[in-house]
Design a binder for this molecule. Structure first.
Ligand code: 0X9
Ligand code: ZN
Length: 509
């Protein structure tokens, strides 16, 4: 579509499943000046002409420059079945252009650039495996997804927070939602806090939800989403959880037992980029010295127990799983790390929302052999959440249930920040669904409410088995309560302790 507007021409067209916006102006004697949100201004010198001609020139010459490299024309989605996990690893290893979407046992689904398909077919065959092309052109898939989204789009500029829960929000709408949610609840007290800034200087926001404004120190459940840009169901789920906690009166018990801290989009730059430019973008948008390629995979950058790109990450900045030059080199991972470190006296559970595949994962991701001493307890609580959802989540340590990948936020939360209950939840759809990072808008309510059921069940379980030191912000006048130490869950008197706590005789926790 072209719009003529007093010498300036604006064009918009759809590629990569996204609307591209281009403004072109004639600069007399100098040439054509184009501007796109992603590429900024660019001068096309040596041509002095009418605006309309400028547009044709820029559209024709500009495809490659103005973002075609971010498209997925003829990219294939393939399923690889290998005879063993070892052979599956051999197929992928060293091939940084294989963008693994999901993986289960001896199979994986990945997106592959067309120029590498022949090589992949050869390698899979030489390892005795099987390769099936699921989609011939991922651009078409992204375009179709975009059209589906547009069919569900609210035409009104102003939407209610309830309407916002029914769709995938672009970054501006996501920020607006965070502000909308803050006011209007009679059930909960909320504050927004900036925990850091992204590499492109955007706010990384956290919403703290508590029963009231007293500032009472309580056990806290921390949830983040959007570490990976393209996993849009994750921020949508975080928003839903925020809303339910703050606006559903039946969340009173959960607010009595816990404070909640939620970061709906940890990687705002990447999230925005996956909306406006490149649908399958995963990393942040940080530049890399000595490379044209952009971005670090934040979930390879947390450096626990140390920076280990060779364990399921990559040292190649062009890879989708680039671990970064050093641990915590990305401002987004640093922001999360600093927050967890400085609030680990209250945070009892860390939940990181990702997609897809329906997994509940816990540490360690960095090693197949290392196991946390409380793995059985982590598994037990994961099962409680699973039962409250569709009961078909795969639970387990992430290295065993999924794959080895060092540098994850969950490993840092447990090993670095010493938060006992640390989970990565891979939200729906399941592994075998034809929708990957793009479940249709119509499935959002089902998926988000399923996750909310799991989170509630997990919280109710953790209310029984976790405790923090007595609150410091509440003035306690009686001596009996200040000296009361939490009784461990194994104690035969735990039920009595819990009951006294519920009656308000013992404060805190
Ligand atoms: O690979 C990841 O970072 C996560 N899967 S995803 O498909 N969302 O990219 C899994 C992370 C599990 N945790 C660790 N490996 N520490
Ligand atoms: Zn992810």
């Amino acid at each position: 579509m072209l719009l003529l507007n007093s010498g300036r021409v604006e064009a918009s067209w759809i590629t990569r499943g996204l609307v591209n916006r281009l403004k072109v102006t004639t600069l007399p004697g100098q040439g054509c000046l184009s501007w796109t949100p992603d590429n900024g201004p660019r001068l096309w010198p040596g041509v002095t002409m009418l605006s309309g001609v400028c547009v044709i020139l820029v559209l024709t010459l500009g495809q490659a420059v103005l973002g075609e490299e971010a498209g997925y024309r003829s990219y294939k989605l393939v399923k690889v079945d290998a005879p063993s996990e070892l052979k599956l690893r051999a197929i992928v290893s060293g091939r940084d252009w294989v963008d693994v979407f999901s993986s289960e046992g001896v199979s994986l689904t990945a997106m592959v650039p067309p120029r590498h398909l022949a090589e992949l077919i050869r390698v899979v065959k030489s390892q005795g495996g099987k390769i099936t092309v699921l989609h011939e052109d991922m651009q078409k898939v992204a375009d179709e997804e975009y059209r589906e989204r547009m069919r569900h789009r609210r035409r009104r500029a102003v939407t209610t927070k309830e309407q916002d829960l029914l769709t995938y929000l672009d970054l501006d709408k996501q920020y607006a939602f965070q502000d909308k949610i803050l006011s209007g609840s009679s059930n909960a007290h909320m504050v927004k806090e900036r925990i850091g800034r992204s590499s492109e200087d955007r706010d990384i926001n956290l919403i703290r939800i508590s029963a009231d404004a007293s500032g009472q120190k309580k056990r806290t459940i921390f949830i983040d989403a959007g570490i990976h840009a393209r996993e849009w169901i994750a921020p949508a789920t975080a928003n839903y959880i925020l809303y339910q906690l703050a606006y559903n009166a039946s969340s009173a018990g959960l607010l009595r037992d816990f404070n909640w801290e939620i970061v709906p989009v940890l990687n705002p730059d990447g999230y925005r980029y996956s909306h406006v430019s490149s649908r399958y973008w995963r990393k942040n948008r940080q530049g890399n010295t000595g490379s044209q390629c952009i971005g670090t995979d934040l979930n390879r950058n947390f450096g626990y127990p140390q920076h280990m790109p060779s364990a399921g990450g990559s040292s190649n900045p062009c890879s989708d799983i680039y671990s970064g030059p050093s641990k915590l080199s990305a401002p987004e991972s640093r922001a999360l790390k600093n927050y967890l470190d400085s609030h680990n006296d209250t945070i009892v559970a860390y939940l990181s929302l990702h997609s897809f595949g329906r997994y509940i994962l816990y540490p360690w991701g960095y090693s197949l052999t290392a196991t946390p001493s409380d793995a059985a307890e982590l598994e037990r609580v994961a099962q409680v959440a699973n039962k409250a959802m569709s009961d078909d989540y795969i639970t387990g340590s992430s290295s065993k249930a999924l794959y080895v990948a060092a540098g994850g936020s969950d490993d840092y939360a447990k090993g670095g920040a010493k938060i006992d209950y640390s989970y990565t939840i891979e939200l729906p759809p399941g592994m075998s669904s034809r929708y990957n990072f793009a479940p249709p808008t119509s499935s959002i309510p089902g998926y988000t409410s399923e996750a909310w059921n799991g989170v509630q069940a997990l919280a109710r379980e953790l209310a029984k088995v976790t405790a923090i030191a007595a609150p410091t912000t509440t003035k306690i006048t009686t001596t009996t309560t200040t000296t009361q130490k939490p009784i461990p869950v194994q104690s035969p008197y735990y039920w009595l302790y819990q009951w006294l706590k519920d009656q308000g005789v013992i404060l805190g926790k």
